[in-house]
Design a protein around this ligand. Structure first.
Ligand code: C5P
Length: 236
């Protein structure tokens, strides 16, 4: 009984990123993963290739869906977009962590099952990129500032690299949901992730969910790769 509950709790922590251009490829991956994976992330690429009806299909088949659409617009537009996404039945939706945008998203999702996650600073940006973009803060200070603003705006969680989990948890307290991409099992190819963490290290540092793409979707045996990660999560 306890082993089954542990298995379900590990499965809930793993979100597989369906970074594919077309639905047929995403569907083939979901079929290959079968009941080993219950939570999927659909990002901008697939969303613009039929990913939203596909999200509805996944939800209808009992899977959880995280829509990584990184919204940012005037507050009315963001609020109405979030209300519409809430009607799809997705569990998570990302918005850029600007105070107005986060507050509007929280209003749009209010009373629904949709939870809003803020993207603090894109991991592709360093201090020079922020300066070039007109910001007065470096990455670390801006992440900290936006974490505090996320709490004030009343959104549900944040997307963070593993290295940011502990400092941000100190700022936001115990309740915000922290979700971590950039996961690489020991020995896996790092690809373009700059500061990868192993599944066990990210869970230990306080991640509620791990977002894993290529280590599973490009593996020779995706199901075996997912099961190895689930085993590592369960071992923490
Ligand atoms: O293939 P890989 O495991 O690197 O995929 C990670 C996923 O997480 C991708 O969908 C990527 O867009 C997303 N992501 C990220 N870093 C962020 C936010 C999202 O890698 N800061």
């Amino acid at each position: 009984m306890e082993a089954l509950a542990r298995e379900a709790s590990s499965r809930e922590k793993l979100i597989v990123a369906l970074d594919f251009p077309i639905v047929a490829e995403a569907r083939a991956m979901v079929d290959a993963l079968g009941d080993s994976v219950s939570f999927y992330k659909i990002g901008m690429e697939l969303a613009y290739g039929g990913g939203l009806p596909f999200a509805r299909e996944l939800i209808g088949s009992g899977k959880e869906v995280f829509l990584d659409l990184k919204l940012h617009d005037i507050p009315t537009t963001v609020e109405k977009a979030c209300a519409n996404v809430a009607r799809l039945g997705a569990r998570y939706l990302t918005v850029h962590a600007y105070p107005q945008t986060m507050a509007a998203a929280a209003r749009g999702a209010a009373g629904s099952g949709l939870k809003i996650l803020g993207v603090t600073v894109l991991t592709s940006c360093d201090d020079d990129d922020l300066k070039e973009g007109g910001f007065a803060f470096g990455v670390e200070a801006l992440v900290a500032r936006r974490a505090g603003q996320a709490l004030a705006a009343g959104i549900d969680g944040l997307i963070l690299s593993a290295a940011e989990l502990e400092p941000v948890r100190r700022i936001v307290g115990p309740d915000l949901i922290l979700v971590t991409p950039g996961i690489r099992p020991a020995g896996a190819k790092v690809q373009d992730q700059k500061r990868p963490a192993t599944p066990a290290a990210a869970i230990r540092a306080g991640a509620a969910h791990l977002v894993v793409g290529r280590p599973i979707t490009q593996a020779e045996d995706p199901r075996a790769a997912a099961e190895a990660i689930l085993k590592e999560i369960a071992s923490v």
